[in-house]
Design a protein around this ligand. Structure first.
Ligand SMILES: NC(=O)c1ccc[n+]([C@@H]2O[C@H](COP(=O)([O-])OP(=O)(O)OC[C@H]3O[C@@H](n4cnc5c(N)ncnc54)[C@H](O)[C@@H]3O)[C@@H](O)[C@H]2O)c1
Length: 309
């Protein structure tokens, strides 16, 4: 679907602005609708700020940040669009009202991909007369820096919509996965939640400081997980025998650890433990400075990894 040129962005907040930057960097023409009065200034500022990162990721060679238009309604935004990324607020009535407005004016074959974090495809489909164009294209924030997009389609989705959506996202440099069974949080958020649960448990139990638990992640498994997923890495953990040998060898060890993992609650006492640990750890560094450092490292990792994929 490399042929897609015109993309509409509905909702130019945190996620919509980031998608807009990525699509522009990939050489698309982007039309944005957001009813907030200051949208154009805010989105243009976001894109200008993101552009150097997109250049470093070598995504901008076909592109200009100027192929950007702002319009006054969702219907106008989608009129010429071949692909629509919907990022309106996470409230079902707002999503449904948006779909009701655009459905009559969509061109044949257009895909509408919703960034929704928590609403189900079925709930969103209820807002359509014919939901064939709709798919979930859930990005990992921020979409212009993190490659992952989790896709959800079902039997009411148009026959080729999943394949064409995947091709479009690949064309703009994303890595997609297909969700084959709906679960709260999809895949990536559940993985994060599982790991963080144990980090919090260990902090509360005093196994190590919040800072050292974080360090154990970024200096250890986190670095390996940026290269390959956990199951593939364990496939490499027992020599020629691969994953079967690894599981045979470590079956009892993992079953024992799994039985022992914690189940903390984010109650006031737990939150206080985390916040005071975080305050000590981040002393002297503002969240803004830490965010910039994080983004620079994310870019550097991806540029380096691209040489080996
Ligand atoms: N923030 C995240 O980390 C994250 C991550 C992945 C997905 N998402 C999803 O992305 C979507 C947008 O989230 P966000 O964090 O960007 O929210 P946000 O509040 O930053 O942005 C929403 C934007 O939609 C605009 N808006 C309000 N009504 C509208 C309408 N009728 N038509 C068009 N635009 C309208 C608002 O003015 C605002 O700018 C949600 O579905 C959310 O679940 C968010």
């Amino acid at each position: 679907m490399g042929g897609i040129q015109n993309v509409a962005i509905l909702g130019g907040g945190v996620i919509g602005a980031s998608w807009a930057a990525l699509f522009l960097a990939s050489g698309k023409s982007v039309t944005v609708f957001d009813p907030a009065p200051d949208t154009e200034r805010v989105v243009r500022a976001y894109i200008n700020n993101a552009w150097p990162a997109l250049e470093e990721l070598e995504l901008t060679h076909r592109a200009t940040p100027d192929a950007l238009t702002f319009v006054d309604s969702a219907a106008e935004a989608v009129a010429q669009a071949e692909f629509v990324q919907e990022n309106v607020p996470e409230r079902l009535p707002i999503k449904h009202a948006t779909y009701a407005e655009i459905e009559p004016v969509l061109q044949a074959g257009v895909i509408v991909s919703s960034s929704t974090s928590g609403l189900t495809l079925e709930a969103l489909q209820d807002g359509w007369g014919n939901p064939e164009p709709l798919i979930l294209g859930y990005p990992f924030n921020p979409p212009h820096l993190i490659p992952l997009v989790e896709l959800t389609a079902n039997e009411a989705t148009g026959a080729d919509v999943l394949d064409r959506t995947e091709a479009f996202y690949h064309d703009v440099g994303k890595v997609t996965i297909r969700i084959t069974k709906g679960m709260a949080g999809h895949v990536a958020n559940r993985l994060q939640a599982a790991v963080w649960r144990e980090a919090v448990h260990m902090a509360v139990e005093g196994v190590a400081s919040v800072e050292d638990i974080d360090k154990a992640m970024w200096a250890g498994p986190g670095l390996r997980w940026a290269a390959m997923g956990p199951t593939t890495l364990f496939h490499l953990g027992a020599g020629e025998g691969g994953l079967q040998a690894f599981c045979d060898h470590f079956r009892d060890t993992f079953n024992g650890w799994w039985d022992d993992l914690g189940a903390p609650k984010l109650d006031d006492a737990t939150i206080a433990t985390l916040v005071s640990g975080m305050t000590d750890q981040a002393k002297g560094q503002s969240p803004k400075a830490l965010s910039e450092q994080r983004d620079q490292m994310l870019i550097a990792l991806q540029v380096a990894a691209a040489k080996h994929r």
